[in-house]
Ligand binder design. Sequence first.
Ligand code: NAP
Length: 524
Amino acid sequence: MNLSGEMLIGQNNVKGINQAIYAINPANNQTLDPAYLGGTQEHVNQACTLAWQAFDIYRNKSVEERAIFLETIAENIENIGDLLIQRAMDESGLTRARLEGERGRTCGQLRLFAKTIRAGEWLDIRVDEALPNRQPVPRFDLRQQHIALGPVAVFGASNFPLAFSVAGGDTASALAAGCPVVVKAHSAHPGTSELVGKAIQQAVKQCNLPEGVFSLLYGAGNIIGSTLVEHPYIKAVGFTGSRNGGTALMKIAQNRSEPIPVYAEMSSINPVVLLPSMLENNPDTLGQAFVHSLTQGAGQFCTNPGLVIAIKSPALDIFKKSATEAVQQSMSQTMLTPGIFQAFLKSVNTIEQQNKVSLLAKGLVSPDQNQCQTHLFSVDAIDFLNNELLQSEMFGSASIIIECKNMDEAKLVIEQLEGQLTATLHMDQNDMEDAQRLLAVLERKVGRILINSWPTGVEVCDAMVHGGPYPSTSDARTTSVGTAAIFRFLRPVCYQNFPDDLLPDAIKQSNPLKLSRLINGERE
Ligand code: NAP
């Protein structure tokens, strides 16, 4: 399949007319063909209008038809074959193994959402039957189900060109919910986006769905993205990227005459706490395991362990020595884009210049382009508490060890942290009391709490929460990974006093779809 550089607006392939985007291979700074000419506001309008026209038809398709659609997308992505992996490697600098794994995750995720919607729990059916003789007032028959919110704008992420991009978690969960999707492709991987976009476009046709169920737009300079979020036919937004980008889109969405939800996943530094007994018994292995997690994928994960919190002790000195040695031996890795590399350099230089911060170690250097050199810093808790800058995300392999006088000070550090996607406790049985004290604070701060594991690597499953209080996300009540992500794109509707014939099948009295329901307060 040749790349055309065209946008996909429904079933039409359209060349833009605005400033061109070229992918850049970050390993050598070479520009990759073809040019992706940017779309116009009229292109945004066409995609959103088609999405709106498709909405009622698509959301009323049977669950089985939508599930088959998701499975067809997965199959089409797999059928692209090595071309997809090769292009994604060229555009992102990520390794073949990583991208093959990510493709598996992307297709697995689409199939998991197919299974989820077939199971029906997402409809959250509640029935309160009529009580005509209730005193002092009778009760009408009341029934609730969830329906799709409307067309969703999705912003692909740079750090997961497959699993968080055109057919990633946001798109999969929105399509599963019954929402058409308009994707704004990330400018870092336009060719990967086109290949995956065509797989979805083809699946729309194969499944006889209205063409507006899916569109893919390109554009530099934020115009396409902001016009998309402003468009009255867009009813929700999924975004993964920078805090600046996410908050800009939140403001646009709030300033519309009809404000809409923005589900933005932004920045997180994912504190890891080493509790005293665990640290005392395993300082060396913990140091090595930490650096292994820190350096995965050049640290370009939203769950990268950017902060280690521990109490000063001889064991902490051994941990620092072990981590320092591991960092010094860590190979440099190509970052996703020249821009992300520059942002990484700026952030580590800023931290290095902060008063009272020590640079413990730097990783190996390489003459290649856009190389992430691992950085490890340390600072006393008191100095961390007095410097807000030390809480900024350094997107890449960089982390700070916070050295505390005692557990009270460690608790103070955690209390001062902004909202996070994850927090990790390394502990054993003797640390139980300290863990309990910290948990009370951590539950308020983060979306996922881990014991004796590392935050990088996010399982796609029913129980996963990949979310957390601001600024890790814009809405702590939900998740962008796992099957619960579907609830972002649904809303409840109550049907009062309906004749049975007029009710949707999901809430008819005879329960023809055999769904699990809450009837008069009892689970059926
Ligand atoms: P980004 O700059 O936030 O861009 C993400 C997407 O949003 C792109 O499609 C971008 O369009 C669009 N966008 C950004 N600001 C916008 C605005 N004001 N109005 C409309 N659209 C807007 O993120 P990035 O390029 O992926 O990476 C930049 C930095 O973000 C990184 O250095 C890192 O610090 C952070 N980041 C964090 C995570 C995380 O998971 N925590 C993930 C990725 C990146 P264009 O493509 O046209 O620019």
